[in-house]
Design a protein around this ligand. Structure first.
Ligand SMILES: C[S@@+](CC[C@H](N)C(=O)[O-])C[C@H]1O[C@@H](n2cnc3c(N)ncnc32)[C@H](O)[C@@H]1O
Length: 199
């Protein structure tokens, strides 16, 4: 994936995060430069213990956020937080890799306060038949090469399984990337109602 192309995309996603924030799949902390200084704090979760040594230097390079980024080893499918805890949940290029995506979306919905925002930038299933066929064919192999990454997840449909008001959803192919890897879902959903499991 072309990292330079992600800067403006991350910026527009993170501009919508405020208050007490949960970021799932924090990775190396690539979103940190884009958090607004007014956020209260960020619970940065990742289940991979190896990520903390990569994330820490990034965290210390953001003195404007000093003391407000808390790294926690946890999985999106079992968030160690109370119901209705966060003003915003951020997920960028993470839901493709979470083994049980339906549980993770249910958990995101649960931990958001009513009226809280889920902001996301995820790649997934293309609406174009020829691209989708490639995604289906490649995913079993790509999962092994790409640390569990699925190319073929219908992100909008999976997110819709909870009670949200979708404030925005933009779909696009990232230029310069082969299409099966490049179909993106960028959006913002507001929690309405109680969580539900429609599996
Ligand atoms: C492609 S990286 C994206 C990292 C970061 N979000 C970004 O935008 O650069 C995917 C991340 O998801 C994390 N991840 C994998 N399984 C997860 C799970 N079950 N719950 C939460 N995060 C997970 C990985 O450890 C990795 O840090």
């Amino acid at each position: 994936m072309r990292q330079a192309a992600f800067g403006p995309l991350r910026e527009s996603v993170l501009a919508q995060a405020s208050g007490e924030v949960l970021e799932i799949g924090f990775g190396t902390g690539a979103n940190l430069p884009f958090y607004a200084s007014h956020i209260r704090w960020v619970a940065a979760i990742d289940p991979n213990p190896g990520m903390v040594s990569l994330a820490r230097p990034q965290i210390s390079q953001q003195p404007r956020l000093a003391g407000r980024i808390h790294w926690i080893m946890a999985s999106g499918e079992a968030l160690p937080f109370l119901t209705d805890s966060f003003d915003s949940v951020v997920s960028t290029m993470t839901l493709c890799s979470v083994p049980n995506i339906s549980s993770a979306i249910q958990e995101i919905h649960r931990v958001l306060k009513p009226g809280g925002k889920f902001v996301f930038l995820e790649h997934g299933q293309s609406p174009d038949d020829s691209v989708r066929r490639w995604q289906e064919w490649l995913t079993p192999y790509w999962k092994h090469l790409g640390d569990g990454c699925h190319l073929n997840r219908p992100m909008a449909r999976l997110i819709h399984a909870q009670s949200w008001t979708l404030l925005s959803l933009t779909n696009f192919y990232l230029p310069g990337v082969p299409k099966p890897f490049a179909y993106f879902y960028q959006g913002c959903a507001v929690k309405t109602g109680k969580g539900q499991n429609r599996d």
